[in-house]
Design a binder for this molecule. Structure first.
Ligand SMILES: NC(=O)C1=CN([C@@H]2O[C@H](COP(=O)(O)OP(=O)(O)OC[C@H]3O[C@@H](n4cnc5c(N)ncnc54)[C@H](OP(=O)(O)O)[C@@H]3O)[C@@H](O)[C@H]2O)C=CC1
Ligand SMILES: CC(C)CCC[C@@H](C)[C@H]1CC=C2C3=C(CC[C@@]21C)[C@@]1(C)CC[C@H](O)C(C)(C)[C@@H]1CC3
Length: 467
């Protein structure tokens, strides 16, 4: 029989067996049997790589659903882009008139999008910033990620500021929004096709459990390969954290300039400043805590396919900026009580969001972290434990709760004249409720009775005593 240390170092040889370890906070490690009830000490089973894990059940309405979403999502983006441009973007003016086909296409817009992505790729590969460890993969490997997102947004901001100072007119982004969206859509489509074809030469350990049904359309949509890389360049991590996310802030800033131009203002309106600052804080926080993304669902479980490529490169930059775009031609003065309420909501939401995400990330990175020793946990048969007190003892997704409160603070500055700027709030509720149910199924499959015990202890999913 191999020693615990040797088994851990060579997980390939340990298929089907577990290495049981009980960790005390003083770092003492000894072999032990796992207990099934709550316990003071952390019990960690270091998992051996399972041979051929069962694929997960189909999601998003299965094969037909994937086909529907692939067509519906770009159509929905097009609707939002065109509808918000109308003088009166109310539901009674649905649908917006379709422009002529040639209006969709502008080669210059494509060049700008490509240059932006290349610029972000350059910042990503620079040997600046930390190299962070990803989670342990089924193959027993652990990937390294260059987490220099904060550096990337600071350099991007400096470059954009210099360009504006030199007289570059960023309101081009406002006037060519449709063409920029089309260009980004084309790039996301080409990327998805590339991802699908390259995934055919990957082994089972490199594939996501959820994107390998055998159905071309479903797998293309969901994504087959878990961590597609070109040498050290991680495509999923890069796309999720850089061009679209930083592009979101760039577009918001361009909308503030467009508002000043269109409304003949010396400075952006108060609502526009709030939306810009709030969303900038959200993005900067994500990049500052970039390492935490490595323990989120997308990075750990989802394959990289159309859904995420489109989501990262089109959906985020061109729909998350809707509030700023709306405000360009629909100014909203804010009363002092409303302004104060909005700011308080943002602070409360952000606090819950950040604290809960950091707590889970710190726990997943080091279950023996002395700063978390006061928290109760439930051991599971996979070797990982579940937090059952602290933020993750209040509801099962405290991070979603914080995110939703922030989303409310982003929509309120746009007022109640139209439903359109509330789109993000409505979409986000649907997205997070669906993500929560996807995650519940995945965790039940992974953790079995331990997950049921967690759900019995922490009864509510997102909102205490409500849902
Ligand atoms: N703005 C946007 O468009 C979006 C923002 N988000 C935000 O991104 C963040 C990440 O979200 P997401 O990836 O969906 O989900 P989570 O970060 O909540 O990750 C879920 C995973 O956490 C682990 N986990 C669940 N419960 C526990 C527990 N009690 N103790 C320890 N680990 C637990 C499980 O993974 P395991 O056990 O395998 O480690 C589970 O699969 C959230 O703040 C969310 O609001 C998400 C989607 C879109
Ligand atoms: C197109 C579909 C309908 C849905 C696509 C979903 C994607 C847009 C989102 C899936 C998870 C995301 C996250 C963020 C952005 C949106 C997507 C890509 C995130 C990077 C935003 C910033 C946050 O701080 C975060 C926690 C890092 C987010 C992680 C998840």
């Amino acid at each position: 029989m191999q020693s615990a240390a040797k088994e851990e170092a060579d997980p390939e040889k340990n298929q089907g067996r577990y290495n049981l370890r009980r960790r005390k906070d003083d770092g003492d490690v000894k072999e032990a049997e796992a207990k099934s009830e709550h316990q003071e000490e952390r019990v960690e089973k270091v998992p051996a790589a399972p041979a051929a894990p069962a694929p997960t059940p189909l999601d998003f309405g299965g094969k037909m659903g994937a086909f529907f979403w692939m067509l519906f999502l770009p159509a929905w983006v097009l609707f939002l882009v065109l509808h918000v441009d109308q003088k009166d973007p109310s539901l009674s003016n649905f649908p917006p008139a379709l422009p002529s086909l040639e209006t969709f296409w502008d080669p210059q817009a494509l060049v700008f999008v490509v240059l932006w992505i290349l610029f972000q790729a350059l910042l990503y590969i620079l040997p600046v910033g930390k190299l962070s460890d990803g989670v342990l993969l089924r193959s027993g490997k652990r990937l390294k990620y260059r987490t220099n997102g904060f550096f990337a947004i600071v350099v991007s901001a400096a470059v954009v500021a210099a360009a504006v100072y030199q007289g570059v007119d960023l309101t081009y982004i406002h006037s060519h929004f449709l063409q920029l969206t089309t260009a980004s859509f084309l790039i996301s489509m080409m990327l998805s096709i590339y991802l699908y074809f390259r995934s055919r030469s990957t082994g089972p350990d490199e594939r996501a459990l959820g994107g390998n049904s055998g159905n071309v359309i479903y797998d293309f949509f969901k994504g087959r390969e878990l961590n597609p890389r070109i040498k050290e360049f991680d495509l999923k991590f890069f796309c999720e954290m850089r061009p679209g996310l930083i592009g979101w802030c760039l577009i918001n800033f361009a909308m503030a300039l467009a508002e000043m131009k269109q409304q003949n203002l010396d400075a952006p309106s108060c609502s526009m400043i709030l939306v810009n600052i709030f969303q900038l804080i959200y993005v900067v926080d994500g990049l500052w805590n970039e390492e935490a993304i490595l323990t989120t669902m997308d990075l750990m479980h989802d394959g990289f396919g159309y859904m995420l490529a489109f989501g990262d490169l089109v959906w985020v930059p061109f729909t998350y900026t809707l509030q700023a775009r709306y405000l360009v031609s629909h100014p909203k003065p804010l009363s002092l009580p409303l302004l104060t309420t909005i700011i308080i909501l943002k602070i409360v939401g952000f606090y819950i969001f950040r604290k809960s995400n950091s707590e889970k990330n710190a726990f997943r990175r080091n279950p023996s972290d002395p700063r978390l020793s006061h928290l109760k946990t439930i051991p599971t048969a996979t070797g990982k434990s579940l937090l059952v007190s602290g933020w993750w003892g209040v509801v099962r997704h405290p991070n979603y709760l914080g995110d939703l409160i922030m989303a409310l603070a982003w929509s309120l500055p746009c007022g109640f004249s139209h439903l359109l700027p509330w789109y993000y709030m409505i979409y986000f509720i649907i997205l997070l409720v669906h993500r929560d149910s996807r995650d519940m199924n995945e965790c039940r499959r992974k953790y079995g009775s331990a997950w049921d015990e967690y759900c019995r202890t922490v009864r509510y999913r997102i909102i205490p005593r409500v849902y």
